[in-house]
Design a protein around this ligand. Structure first.
Ligand SMILES: [Zn+2]
Length: 493
C-alpha cells in the first residue's frame, strides 16, 4: 500500500493520532448511550482536551508533509494519504486558535440555549447565539478562503470541493421534477399520506427482534459490529474491526425504528468494508459526508423500502408485531412509502425530504453572504417552506428551531444529505448493469450487493475525493437524473 519511505515515516507517526480519534469516538458513543446523565461536563472537558492534544500532534507533522509534497511516482493510496493530511493541516493553519475556540464555546453554550428555545418555541432566546455563530462562520469562511461564493469555504469542510454551482445545478431539476411527482402521487392516492399502522403501539423487546432480523438480512458481522439505543440514531467506528450503530424505539410507528436500523447499517457497512490494510491511517474512513450518506440512503430507501425487502422482512413483522397480521405485504409496502408534505425534516419521506434541505441551503447561503439578517430568518424559513414543501409552520419549534446543526455551528452540512440521495441514485443505476438487484434482494442475497459496493467504493476509504470517485465509478458527478428517474418509476408506475 505505502512504499515511499517518507510516506511510511509519516504513517508511523500518525498512529497515535489515529488512536486519539478512536478513543474520542468511543467517548462520544458512550456519551450518547450509557454515560450517566450528570457526567456531561467532565466528559465535554475530556473530549475538548483530547482535541487540543490531537491538534498539537497533528501540527507536528506539518514540515514532514510539506517535504513529502515534492515526491514523485506516488501510488493512489499515497497521493490520497497526503491529500487528506494536507486538508487537515491547512484547516488548522488557516484558522486562528482564538476563532476555533470562540466557535466551540458558542456551539456549547448555544446548543444548551437552543434546546430550551425549541421547547418553548422561542426564537428570540436563541437569536443572539445564532447571530454570534453566523458572524464567526463568516470569519471562518474568510480565513479558509474560497473561489466564488463564501459559502463554498464552509461546504468544502464536509464535502471536499463542493460549490454552490454544484448544488444549484442539482437542486434546480430536483425541485421541479420531484414537485411534479409529488403532485401526481397526492392526486392518485395510491400511496396514502397517512396509514393506520402509524398509530399502532409496539413493545420495545418485540421491535428489537425485528431489528435483529433486519441485521441478519443485511448480513451484518457478529464479532465486529453491535447495535445499541439512543434518541438520535448514529453510527461510529472505533476501527474497521469495531463498528457500532444505535437505533431508536419510540413505542409507535414502527417504521421509524426499522429504518433507523437499516439506515445506520448502511453507514456501518461502508466503515466495515474499508480495506483492512488502510487501518490506523487517515484513509480508514468514508471520504465525505455526502458519500457516506449515499450508502445509508441506498440501504434505507433503494433497498430497504423496496417491495422485495418488504417481502423478506414481512414474516418477522408478523411474528413479532401481532397487529401487522391484519395487513398484507402490499399494505406494509404502502405504509413504508407513504408520502406527504410535512413540517419536520427527520420525519420526511423519500419524495419530500430534499425540499427540506433546499430551505436550509437557501437560508445558509444568504446568511453567510450577509444577504439576510438573522432576525429575518424565521419568516424567510416559513416562506421557503411554503414555496418548496407546500406547508407553512405555525411556530418556530416546528420551523427554524427544529434542527441542532446551527446551534452547533454546522453551516455547510445540510446539502450533503441531498447529495447522499443523488449519489445513491447514481449507485442504484450503476449496480443494475452488473446484477439483477430486485432478484438479489428477493433471494436474500444481500452479500452480493455488499461485495459490489466494496469493490466500487468502500475498499478505497478516503483515498479519493468525492468528485474523483464519482468520475471513476460513473464518469459524471452529482447527476440528479438517476434519483429523479428512480422516484418517478417507484411512485408513478
Ligand atoms: Zn445518515
Amino acid at each position: 500500500m505505502f512504499q515511499n519511505p517518507l510516506i511510511m515515516d509519516i504513517a508511523e507517526r500518525y498512529k497515535p493520532l489515529w488512536a486519539l480519534d478512536s478513543v474520542g469516538a468511543l467517548l462520544e458513543w458512550d456519551m450518547e448511550t450509557y454515560m450517566p446523565l450528570g457526567s456531561s461536563e467532565p466528559r465535554g472537558f475530556t473530549i475538548a482536551q483530547m482535541q487540543l492534544l490531537r491538534q498539537e500532534r497533528m501540527l507536528q507533522l506539518t514540515d514532514l508533509v510539506s517535504k513529502t509534497e515534492k515526491a514523485t511516482g506516488l501510488n493512489d493510496h499515497e497521493t490520497g494519504f497526503l491529500r487528506v493530511l494536507k486538508r487537515e493541516l491547512d484547516y488548522y493553519a488557516k484558522l486562528p486558535p482564538k476563532l476555533l475556540e470562540d466557535i466551540l464555546r458558542t456551539a456549547t453554550e448555544g446548543t444548551v440555549v437552543w434546546r430550551e428555545a425549541r421547547k418553548k418555541s422561542d426564537f428570540a432566546m436563541f437569536k443572539p447565539y445564532l447571530e454570534k455563530m453566523v458572524g464567526l462562520k463568516r470569519q471562518e469562511a474568510e480565513k479558509l478562503g474560497y473561489e466564488g461564493h463564501p459559502y463554498n469555504a464552509l461546504m468544502d469542510i464536509y464535502e471536499e470541493g463542493l460549490t454552490t454551482d454544484d448544488v444549484d445545478r442539482v437542486f434546480s431539476p430536483l425541485r421541479s421534477e420531484l414537485k411534479a411527482v409529488l403532485t401526481k402521487v397526492l392526486a392518485a392516492g395510491k400511496f396514502p399520506p397517512n396509514h393506520p399502522l402509524e398509530e399502532m403501539s409496539y413493545e420495545e423487546a418485540s421491535m428489537k427482534r425485528v431489528n435483529e432480523d433486519a441485521l441478519r438480512l443485511l448480513q451484518m458481522p457478529q464479532k465486529t459490529f453491535r447495535m445499541d439505543i439512543s434518541t438520535h440514531p448514529f453510527t461510529t467506528a472505533m476501527s474497521i474491526e469495531d463498528v457500532r450503530i444505535t437505533t431508536r424505539y419510540e413505542g409507535k410507528d414502527f417504521k421509524a425504528s426499522l429504518y433507523s436500523t437499516v439506515h445506520e447499517s448502511g453507514h456501518a457497512i461502508y466503515d466495515i468494508q474499508v480495506d483492512p490494510s488502510l487501518d490506523y491511517t487517515p484513509l480508514a474512513r468514508g471520504m465525505s459526508l455526502g458519500v457516506h450518506e449515499s450508502q445509508s440512503r441506498f440501504w434505507e430507501n433503494f433497498i430497504g423500502r423496496s417491495r422485495e425487502f418488504v417481502k423478506r422482512i414481512y414474516p418477522s413483522l408478523k411474528a413479532n408485531l401481532p397487529f401487522v397480521a391484519k395487513y398484507n405485504e402490499d399494505d406494509v409496502y404502502r405504509y413504508f412509502n407513504s408520502a406527504k408534505p410535512s413540517l419536520i425534516r427527520v420525519d420526511a419521506d423519500e419524495l419530500t425530504y430534499n425540499f427540506h434541505i433546499m430551505v436550509r441551503y437557501e437560508l445558509e447561503k444568504r446568511l453567510i453572504a450577509d444577504e439576510m439578517q438573522v432576525s429575518e430568518a424565521p419568516e424567510t424559513w416559513k416562506d421557503l417552506m411554503e414555496k418548496y414543501v407546500g406547508v407553512r409552520p405555525a411556530n418556530d419549534a416546528e420551523g427554524i428551531l427544529q434542527d441542532v446543526h446551527w446551534s452547533g455551528g454546522m453551516f455547510g452540512y445540510f446539502a450533503t444529505y441531498s447529495l447522499g440521495n443523488v449519489i445513491a441514485g447514481m449507485f442504484y443505476n450503476r449496480i443494475q448493469k452488473d446484477l439483477d438487484l430486485k432478484a438479489t434482494i428477493a433471494n436474500g442475497d444481500l452479500g452480493k450487493v455488499k461485495d459490489w459496493l466494496r469493490e466500487k467504493l468502500h475498499k478505497y476509504g478516503a483515498t479519493y475525493s468525492p468528485k474523483e470517485l464519482q468520475e471513476q465509478a460513473f464518469g459524471e458527478t452529482y447527476n440528479p437524473q438517476w434519483l429523479i428517474r428512480y422516484l418517478q418509476e417507484k411512485y408513478l408506475t
